[in-house]
Design a protein around this ligand. Structure first.
Ligand SMILES: *[C@@H]1O[C@H](CO)[C@@H](O)[C@H](O)[C@H]1NC(C)=O
Ligand SMILES: *[C@@H]1O[C@H](CO)[C@@H](O)[C@H](O)[C@H]1NC(C)=O
Ligand SMILES: *[C@@H]1O[C@H](CO)[C@@H](O)[C@H](O)[C@H]1NC(C)=O
Ligand SMILES: *[C@@H]1O[C@H](CO)[C@@H](O)[C@H](O)[C@H]1NC(C)=O
Ligand SMILES: *[C@@H]1O[C@H](CO)[C@@H](O)[C@H](O)[C@H]1NC(C)=O
Length: 363
C-alpha cells in the first residue's frame, strides 16, 4: 500500500483512535422504518491530509460494537467541494489491516471473504436523502454471518493539503440499526460491459447476458449507469422464451440515481437469463474503452435484491456478470440459446416514449 500518499499527523491519529475505539454513537429519534426499535450510529472519516487530487482513501470500522442486529438503512454526508464519490461495504475481512489507508491501487476491491456493497454517494446524482431498505430487508450483523467490518471508501476529487482548514471531517456515514432481524437479506447483482465502443458509431449496442444459477430472489430497486456516450439502457429477464422488462432508463450523465420498483417485487428464478443492453453514440474518431476511469465509458445495471435471510450462504458476495461488448450475445446464438426471444428487439430503434410506461409494466 502506498502509505506515503496519505500522511496522517499525530493529532489526527489520536482523533482517529477515538473514532475507532468509541466511534461516535449518537442516539437519535427512531426513524419510521417499522415499529422496531432503531438507532442511528455515526461513523466519521477523520480530517486527513490527502496528497493529490483523485485519491481513494479507505477506512475500516469493526462492527463488534454495533449491539443492534441489523442494518436497515444509511445516510452519507460529505464535503461536496472535495468529494467525487463514496461507497460503503460490509466485509468479512480486508487485506491491509490498517484503519485508514490509500486504497486507490485496489480499484474498489477492498474486501476479502464475504462482502456486501450497500451504499454510495456521488456528485452526479440528485437524491442524497436517507436510504431505508424495504420493511422486510436488512443486512444481518452478528457472529453467524461472519461480517466484521464496515469499510468506507472516499474518492477525493481534490487534494487536502491542510486538513485543519477543512470545514468539517470529509465523510460521515450514519447507519440505521434495528434490534430485530429481518426476514430477507440484502445483496446486489451488477451487470457490466468490457471491451470498447468503436469510433464513428451512430448506434452501438453493448449487450450482456448471464444465467441465474442461484436460489430465487426478489428485485426491488435498480440503477442504470453510463458515462458520456449512453443513449438508452434496457434490462430484461428472459424466462421460458418470454421477456420481462425490468429496467429501461435514459442515462443522465454519470448519475447513479436509483429507481425503486414499487409494488410487487420482481422475482428472479433459477434458470432465468438476465439480459442488458446499452445503446451508445460515439461520433468521434477514437474508440472509447469500457472501464472505471472518468474518461472511460460504462454500461452498468445494478439490481438490489432481497433473499431469504435463512439462506446465510446463498450470496457471500454480490453477483457479478460481465460481457464483452464486441460479442453479440443477445441474438441470434450467444452463450444462452433461450435469448432468441430478444432477436425481436435487435433492430428496433430504441422506443424512448416507452420509458414513460416502464414503471407501470413492472407492477
Ligand atoms: C413517523 O411516525 C409518526 C407516528 O406514526 C408520524 O406522526 C410521523 O409523521 C412519521 N414521520 C414520517 C417522516 O413519516
Ligand atoms: C459529520 O458529523 C459531525 C458531527 O455531527 C459534524 O460536525 C460534521 O459537520 C459532519 N460532516 C459532514 C461532512 O456532514
Ligand atoms: C429520493 O429518494 C427518496 C427515498 O427513496 C424518495 O422518497 C424521493 O422521492 C427521492 N427524491 C427524488 C428527487 O428522486
Ligand atoms: C417474517 O417471517 C415470520 C415467520 O415466517 C412471519 O410470521 C412474519 O410475519 C414475517 N415478517 C414480515 C415483516 O414479513
Ligand atoms: C419453464 O416452463 C416449464 C414448463 O412450463 C416449467 O416447468 C419451468 O419451471 C419454467 N421455467 C422457469 C424458469 O420458470
Amino acid at each position: 500500500m502506498e502509505w506515503q500518499a496519505v500522511e496522517i499527523r499525530l493529532c489526527q491519529w489520536i482523533l482517529l483512535m477515538l473514532v475507532i475505539i468509541h466511534y461516535t454513537c449518537i442516539q437519535c429519534n427512531p426513524i419510521n422504518v417499522t415499529s422496531e426499535v432503531t438507532k442511528r450510529t455515526l461513523i466519521q472519516m477523520p480530517k486527513i491530509h490527502v496528497d493529490k487530487p483523485d485519491s481513494y482513501i479507505c477506512m475500516a470500522v469493526p462492527v463488534t460494537d454495533l449491539e443492534f442486529s441489523t442494518i436497515v438503512g444509511f445516510k452519507i454526508d460529505v464535503v461536496k467541494e472535495i468529494t467525487h464519490h463514496v461507497s460503503i461495504a460490509f466485509c468479512e475481512d480486508y487485506e491491509t489491516r490498517q484503519t485508514v489507508w490509500d486504497c486507490k491501487s485496489s480499484h474498489g476491491h477492498i474486501c476479502s471473504g464475504r462482502s456486501t456493497v450497500f451504499g454510495g454517494w456521488d456528485g452526479w446524482s440528485k437524491n442524497h436523502s436517507d436510504t431505508v431498505f424495504p420493511d422486510d430487508v436488512g443486512i444481518q450483523l452478528g457472529k453467524d454471518v461472519k461480517m466484521n467490518y464496515v469499510i468506507i471508501q472516499t474518492h477525493f476529487k481534490e487534494a487536502v493539503p491542510d486538513p485543519d482548514a477543512l470545514k468539517s471531517n470529509p465523510t460521515n456515514v450514519t447507519l440505521f440499526l434495528a434490534e430485530e432481524s429481518r426476514n430477507y437479506s440484502f445483496q446486489k447483482v451488477s451487470l457490466y460491459s468490457s471491451g470498447y465502443i468503436p469510433a464513428f458509431s451512430e448506434d452501438f449496442k453493448a449487450e450482456i447476458t448471464c444465467k441465474w444459477e442461484s436460489v430465487p430472489v426478489q428485485l426491488y430497486e435498480y440503477f442504470a449507469h453510463t458515462h458520456n456516450y449512453g443513449q438508452l439502457i434496457e434490462g430484461y429477464i428472459v424466462r421460458n422464451n418470454t421477456k420481462i422488462l425490468l429496467a429501461m432508463d435514459k442515462p443522465k450523465g454519470k448519475s447513479h440515481d436509483t429507481v425503486v420498483i414499487e409494488g410487487r417485487h420482481t422475482e428472479i428464478r433459477p434458470g432465468d437469463i438476465l439480459a442488458v443492453r446499452c445503446s451508445f453514440r460515439n461520433t468521434g474518431s477514437s474508440k472509447v474503452l469500457f472501464g472505471l476511469g472518468g474518461s472511460d465509458e460504462m454500461c452498468n445495471l445494478e439490481l438490489s435484491f432481497k433473499y431469504d435471510a435463512k439462506e446465510i450462504n446463498a450470496f457471500p458476495q454480490s453477483v457479478k456478470c460481465g460481457s464483452d461488448a464486441q460479442e453479440k450475445v443477445w441474438c441470434p446464438n450467444g452463450e444462452h440459446k433461450q435469448v432468441g426471444v430478444l432477436c425481436d428487439l435487435q433492430h428496433e430503434s430504441a422506443n424512448k416514449a416507452a420509458l414513460e410506461d416502464v414503471h407501470n409494466l413492472m407492477m
